[in-house]
Design a protein around this ligand. Sequence first.
Ligand code: AMP
Ligand code: MG
Length: 271
Amino acid sequence: MDKYRVKPGKKIALRDFDPNDRGDMQGEKDKGIEKLAKLRLELNQLQELLYAEHKHKLLIVLQAMDTAGKDGTIRSVFEGVNPQGVRVANFKAPTVPELDHDYLWRVHAQVPGKGEITIFNRSQYEDVLVVRVHNLVPETVWKKRYQHINAFERMLADESTTILKFYLNIDAEEQKQRFLERLNTPEKNWKFNPSDLSERKLWPQYIQAYEDALNETSTDWAPWYVVPANHNWYRNLVVVSVIVGTLKGLKMSFPKPDEDLAQYRKALESE
Ligand code: AMP
Ligand code: MG
């Protein structure tokens, strides 16, 4: 999965990442889905361990163009995970009180605590994406934000937060098909918003903004992954693989009891 990671100091271009890529699983969708199910079980166990150990914090950032599948990824990857230890934070257009504060104010309030997994469905990155594309603040303002975000994430990492950031990469043709599907399926009509099409017209500007964000903010402490997302099953597989691999790397263990439990066992058995 390391081939999808944006290495710090090396500039990437999104055109070099194939949204149709299925790695070594091309033509093996069934096998891929089996693998996904196995990794999901592993994730469930690792989440329990994370919660029990109460030491690490896991922050997952999801960013993508409309229809790329942020919601679908959350649904698939976290299926079966104990809801007590996982939280989703959605970042929509800021409210008036949020706009009265700095852009990281609402974000910091949502970061995970010890033993917790928090998934950001959109994030602080909107403040260098939609905000930039729509000129909601001048360039001199948004340009400084890469530095702030890197420093903010560094602070979180220093305070035992593991950060994984995923850009779900679809192409414009795939988005068109997905919008058509929403328009053609009554049960999916609700997902369509007329403003989606004006946003779609800004595709090249968004790609530029994403490319800059990925290049400026993929760090050793908070790496970005460019996830091929034209095929939902492969997208889910990549995301869960990275999460499971990272959690395994934390070398977590269940906490040991402070005292010898034999006495309590004996007491109960002799009741
Ligand atoms: P959705 O995720 O489809 O419900 O849409 C949420 C909307 O909120 C998207 O159009 C985002 O671009 C927008 N949004 C999120 N964060 C910001 C922000 N900081 N400034 C402006 N718009 C934002
Ligand atoms: Mg939307």
